[in-house]
Design a protein around this ligand. Structure first.
Ligand code: PNW
Length: 453
């Protein structure tokens, strides 16, 4: 074991997303989002749960900022709900929506916490979905206008921004599995939307940079370190294709203006994306930092189907969280080092990392979630290892500040370091893991295993 000291200015925080915590789904002029529509449709979300109220952060943000302060957090990653700002996705601005985020930002700053917003964490205005959503090129300008509107309203106080949250999940996962809004299953639309998102991503970054107020603009990418299932050349190639698709499909276009080789028949994939003349020149708009959301890893074997990316994933031997995700701390180290190597040591933020475990308050009110603290100790240790070995890691954001609406799983999965009692007025209770995180931040150093692979 070795020990690493984090720099004094390291940005420790927690992350949430608008639809998952805010509630107030139709208040103060907010428009309907695709997640409102999806959750209100029968059979889409477990137990019929919705984000109508969620953690009610829209009304209780001051209490939540006080909790962050109590834990010594230095940053808060939240997302802005597009339909609060543009109820129809475009056209008329809803000032009350901008005012809400202004109040939240002011409260954070007054408590010494850096606001770190994401512009798009999946709650697309339903009105734009009705025009084709991310599969329609018209969205590119609407998204750039929305981005510019947010930075114009908040850029005097907000200096660090994320454009997208997990483009891979809200295109490929949403459009292939149908398990997330808008609940479509169509591989052609999935591919086409991935390209349009890449174009919108670059266009939004340019619109934001034109405002001139941001110090750093990045995006939070869903990543899972790709491990080959065996030493065979076929499995190693499969792991590379998985990496290209899962981790790099949205990062490489921004950084280098090109698509990574993911598909066996890449030419055909590019064709199905309907790439138009001039598109490739518009893709490149290098980010100031790379945000990594990482929970687990992917063990990859050659699937032998000769179709698409042709990867079969194998379950790993590590312990499992209550959401059945494999716990593998070294995955975060491997991922940081790979991005560091491939992109010339860019600034990196871990924008999400965490775990779902069921522990609730006991009779004495204490939440003894030792498994979560152990998870964080392992993963944050490996972040420290990457830092010690030369990666430029600037911050770490635990997912999540508190238990919240876990998409299609509703309230059945608890990712918080603070318990939220959805049956009793959204009462908040700091879990043992929350206190563990507070103590880690205060200490500023952690031990890690430098031999994990
Ligand atoms: C992220 N996967 O989503 C999201 O950014 C959060 O909103 C979410 O609550 C959190 O992780 C926990 O699920 C993911 O299939 C969705 O590997 C799916 C996967 C990973 C992350």
């Amino acid at each position: 074991m070795k020990t690493v000291k984090f720099p004094a200015e390291f940005s420790w925080g927690t992350a949430t997303a608008s639809y998952q915590v805010e509630g107030a789904w139709d208040e103060d002029g907010k428009g309907e989002s695709i997640w409102d529509r999806f959750a209100h449709s029968e059979g889409r979300v477990l137990n019929g749960d919705t984000g109508d109220v969620a953690c009610d952060q829209y009304h209780r943000y001051a209490e939540d900022v006080a909790l962050m302060k109590e834990l010594g957090l230095r940053g808060y990653r939240f997302s802005i709900s597009w339909p609060r700002i543009f109820p129809e996705g475009k056209g008329k601005v809803n000032q009350a929506g901008l005012d809400y985020y202004g109040r939240l930002v002011d409260e954070l700053l007054a408590n010494g916490i850096t606001p770190f917003p994401t512009l798009y964490h999946w709650d697309l205005p339903q009105a734009l979905q009705d025009e084709g959503g991310w599969a329609d090129r018209g969205i590119i300008d609407h998204f750039a206008t929305y981005a510019r509107t947010c930075i114009d309203a908040l850029g005097d106080r907000v200096k660090r921004w994320m454009i997208l949250n997990e483009p891979f999940i809200f295109t490929f996962m949403s459009y292939l599995s149908g398990m997330a809004a808008p609940g479509i299953r169509d591989s052609g639309l999935a591919l086409r939307s991935s390209h349009i998102v890449n174009l919108a991503h670059a266009e939004a970054a340019r619109a934001m940079r034109a405002a001139g107020s941001a110090e750093a603009i990045g995006t939070a990418f869903s990543m899972a370190a790709s491990y080959p299932a065996s030493d065979s050349a076929a499995d190693r190639a499969a792991a590379e294709r998985h990496h290209a698709w899962n981790n790099d499909w949205f990062l490489r276009p921004m950084m280098k203006g090109e698509y990574p080789a993911a598909y066996l028949d890449q030419e055909r994939a590019i064709e199905r994306m309907e790439v138009q003349p001039g598109d490739l020149d518009r893709l490149r708009e290098p980010l100031d930092f790379v945000g990594i959301n990482l929970y687990s890893r992917a063990i990859c074997a050659d699937a032998g189907t000769r179709k698409n990316i042709d990867v079969r994933q194998i379950p790993g031997p590590g312990p499992r969280t209550d959401y059945n995700w494999e716990v593998w701390p070294a995955a975060i180290y491997q991922m940081i080092m790979r991005v560091t190597k491939e992109y010339g040591r860019p600034p990196i933020y871990i924008t999400e990392n965490g775990c779902s475990y069921k522990e609730r308050p006991g009779a004495d009110g204490r939440v003894r979630d030792d498994r979560r603290a152990a998870f964080y100790e392992g993963y944050i240790g490996q972040v420290g290892r990457a830092l010690a070995e030369g990666a430029d890691v600037r911050g770490y954001y635990a997912w999540s500040l508190m238990d919240n609406f876990e998409w299609a799983a509703g309230y059945s999965q608890r990712f918080g370091i603070i318990d939220c009692d959805f049956e009793h007025g959204q009462k908040r209770t700091i879990k043992d893991s929350g206190y563990w995180y507070r103590d880690l931040i205060a200490r500023g150093e952690i031990a890690y295993d430098e031999t994990l692979a």
